[in-house]
Design a protein around this ligand. Structure first.
Ligand SMILES: Cc1cc2nc3c(=O)[nH]c(=O)nc-3n(C[C@H](O)[C@H](O)[C@H](O)COP(=O)(O)OP(=O)(O)OC[C@H]3O[C@@H](n4cnc5c(N)ncnc54)[C@H](O)[C@@H]3O)c2cc1C
Length: 439
């Protein structure tokens, strides 16, 4: 076989499409542990609460390309680099000429949840468990979500419907602790509270109460919360255990170069599984990064001139049922903070600057100008923190940063992405509100 890909999430799928596009004579065989592949993982919350039709969940349909063979339901157990073979859990061996690893992340399940004998506890990570939740919750509508990171907050926002009671539990003192400053997180908190979501921060789930096999309550901060459903969104870690004897892991991490090559020149990797060794270690773990990395890995797999991943950012945009949010990057220790706020209107915009360059920030309530600021961050453009226009809503920042953002001989178009409907639009949770086109 020519190119084998392990993992049919967005990174693996994009790698497959890219490999087929750039190397049309090569066949691609993609294997995945799950029975279904090629779906929008980011839309699982909407799918679980039935606001998204099952048909809208998939971005790939089988048999569109005879040279792309997809084999779901086949977990890889190891790789044998000497003989260039992937060993499946069932003992089958798949030979490869080139290999792309895109096994993503697996959910962290705190011990108390893993030990429970009760039914009603589900990790939020894949379609297999999302299908179970979709069937389970109509009859068990009291829901506790453990974890106030991106996945937990998104899930809570989508579950905030009259038929459910939702409690979100976060062990840190604020929501989205790895993405937002306390000031920015306060707006998200207020928004979720308005949606009748009960929030408990500074505590975790300490105990579970079950009756027979059924979950009846959880204990948080010493108090019992009645619930029949516990959704676990306590983070994820790269799913690379099966590579432990492969010689590809460095301190337990799947390290790749900026061209997404591992230490084996025939093996590339992309998405949540990887740690990129450039300017220190970078672990992007976002959908947009998985897309771009998959594309580059698929292009590079047979190339001699390797493309590099230029954007080492974790930019993310979403709409939490009426609250627009763009995360340019998490707070950075030692960075200067520039902020703009209109509290009554629920608007808060902040940038983190180091040496006059944007290294992170968040736009909440009004995300206009996100494209310009993102481009300035990517291009390492110096900005004037004292210029009032820098963070004011609208495209005012354009005046300040666009001239210096790109090489003078290039022209830049900021193209607004068409709205697909109301603020509840499923697409808005993953797509940036603009496209930057460099001409
Ligand atoms: C509910 C939810 C909402 C999210 N929302 C957002 C969002 O709004 N914005 C954002 O940027 N990110 C979001 N994310 C994160 C985003 O989905 C991930 O960053 C992205 O899916 C990573 O893609 P990937 O292809 O690297 O990995 P994954 O999507 O995890 O895919 C990896 C695939 O590899 C397979 N696999 C693993 N091990 C093996 C093995 N040994 N053998 C065979 N197959 C294997 C898995 O079954 C899986 O299909 C969200 C995640 C979740 C769970």
């Amino acid at each position: 076989m020519d190119c084998v890909i392990i993992g049919g999430g967005v990174a693996g799928m994009q790698a497959a499409f890219s490999c087929r596009r750039h190397w049309p004579r090569k066949t691609v065989t993609l294997i995945d542990a799950e029975p279904e592949v090629g779906y929008f993982r980011t839309l699982l919350p909407q799918f679980m609460v039935r606001t998204l039709a099952p048909s809208k969940l998939f971005f790939w349909k089988p048999e569109e390309d005879s040279r792309l063979v997809v084999r779901p339901g086949r977990p890889a157990a190891a790789i044998d680099r000497t003989n260039q073979r992937v060993i499946l859990e069932n003992g089958d061996k798949i030979p490869y000429e080139r290999l792309i690893l895109a096994t993503g992340g697996r959910p962290v399940i705190p011990g108390i949840c893993a030990r429970s004998p009760g039914s009603g506890i589900f990790p939020i990570r894949n379609l297999t468990s999302a299908r179970m939740v979709r069937k389970w919750i109509p009859e068990r509508p009291r829901i506790v979500i453990l974890g106030g990171g991106l996945v937990g907050v998104k899930t809570a926002a989508h579950m905030a419907r009259p038929e459910f009671t939702v409690t979100l539990v976060e062990k840190e003192d604020q929501l989205l602790p790895q993405a937002l400053s306390p000031q920015a997180a306060a707006l998200v908190k207020a928004h979720l509270q308005q949606m009748n979501i009960r929030l408990i921060t500074g505590h975790s789930v300490e105990d579970l109460r079950t009756q027979g096999a059924d979950l009846k309550a959880v204990q948080v901060g010493g108090k019992g919360i009645s619930c029949e459903t516990l959704l676990v969104a306590a983070g994820s870690v790269p799913d690379v255990q099966f590579l432990k004897d492969s010689g590809l892991l460095v301190n337990g991490e799947l390290a790749v170069s900026a061209s997404l090559q591992t230490c084996d020149q025939n093996i590339f990797a992309a998405g949540d599984a990887v740690t990129i060794a450039r300017d220190g270690n970078f672990t992007p773990w976002t959908w947009p990064q998985a897309v771009i990395q998959g594309k580059i890995a698929g292009r590079n797999i047979y190339a001699t001139d390797l493309h590099q991943l230029n954007s080492l950012t974790r930019v993310n945009s979403m709409n939490l049922h009426g609250l627009s949010l763009v995360i340019l990057g998490a707070p950075v220790a030692g960075a200067e903070v520039v902020a703009y706020s209109r509290p009554r209107e629920g608007i808060y915009r902040e940038l983190f600057l180091k040496n006059g360059r944007i290294v992170g920030g968040a736009l909440i309530g009004d995300i206009s100008g996100a494209g310009v600021l993102h481009a300035a961050m990517n291009a390492d453009t110096e900005v004037d923190k004292n210029d009032e226009d820098l963070l004011k809503p609208g495209l005012r920042a354009l005046r300040q940063v666009s001239i210096r953002c790109f090489k003078p001989e290039r022209r830049v178009l900021f193209v607004p992405v068409k709205k697909t409907g109301s603020s509840r639009s499923v697409q808005s949770s993953v797509a940036l509100p603009y496209e930057v086109q460099i001409l």
